[in-house]
Design a protein around this ligand. Sequence first.
Ligand SMILES: Nc1ncnc2c1ncn2[C@@H]1O[C@H](COP(=O)(O)OP(=O)(O)OP(=O)(O)O)[C@@H](O)[C@H]1O
Ligand SMILES: [Mg+2]
Length: 326
Amino acid sequence: MSANSPSVHILHDNPEWIPPLGAALDAAGVPWREWPLNDGSYDLGELPPEGVFWSRLSASAHTRGATHAKDAARALLRWFEASGRRVVNGSRVVELEVSKAAQYAALRAAGFDTPHTVVVIGTADLKARARELPLPFITKHNQGGKGLGVRRFDSLAEFDGYVDGPDFEHPVDGITLLQEYIVTAEPFVTRAEFVGGRFVYAVRVDTSAGSFELCPAEACAVPGSGPDAAEPAPLFTERRDVDAAHPLIVKLEAFLAAQGIEVAGVEFFETADGRLLPYDINTNTNYSPDVEAVTSRSAAAALAVFLGAELAACAEAVAASESVTA
Ligand SMILES: Nc1ncnc2c1ncn2[C@@H]1O[C@H](COP(=O)(O)OP(=O)(O)OP(=O)(O)O)[C@@H](O)[C@H]1O
Ligand SMILES: [Mg+2]
């Protein structure tokens, strides 16, 4: 393969999350390269390299030192798109990845029930707005990921003290969400994975330990997977009862298509009174081997097949245009 042969370019902010994806692409014989978002340069007078560009920018990039990844992704993806390149999870998707307020607005407009959420810009309105929500309520950062700023408050005095005190976590974009606290029918949330816009599997994530940091990435701490064999129930199990025909999944596939989201992990709550509430759209799934070990299908493999097919189509188009100009 020459340096200019079409390849899958993976835009990312964290090299630790790439190996499982790279292994799946290698296994499928799909050439790929990394395009780190932390630094680099490009000449707008040139065209981007040939290939398929897949963005897996993470909203929490700034917490790992990749301060400018969001803005780098915005600039780069516009360049690829303006140059006519095939982009998976492009510039529109970045805007959803980095804003839960944008996610909820889009979900609500598409007819989904979502947790009642008040969006607070800056800190001045926090205490007054909190008085509009029943107790307990949750705070979370608009630009979240890995549970950033997710806290439960059981009293207004506790919340006021938090806002005025040294522990207040300032969101990177200045936007804090105040959200209805959701009590699920059973202590789990569900994460449904989609590749190429199609449902792959749904995983039940046990929340009985009470942690708000449920990132399924291999790099994140996974309670219950340590060497202590006496650990209780596994954190992840596949939900075989949630399949492609499940009404929520059917609706989510249509939503993702309308939003141009091709690769996503969507988290949802199920309440005792039958509410089905999507609350987090992740457009940067890592396909942790811990999760993939319990699922009947591999989303990493599905992704490799999807990106491989897109790359083949792109290589064909390049070859056709070269034969016309030759
Ligand atoms: N409104 C809520 N009521 C009860 N629990 C909540 C609520 N919102 C979030 N949680 C809990 O906190 C976890 C993290 O919340 P959320 O997914 O919104 O944040 P995040 O920053 O995107 O985290 P992650 O990257 O782990 O998905 C959820 O999986 C859920 O268990
Ligand atoms: Mg989440």
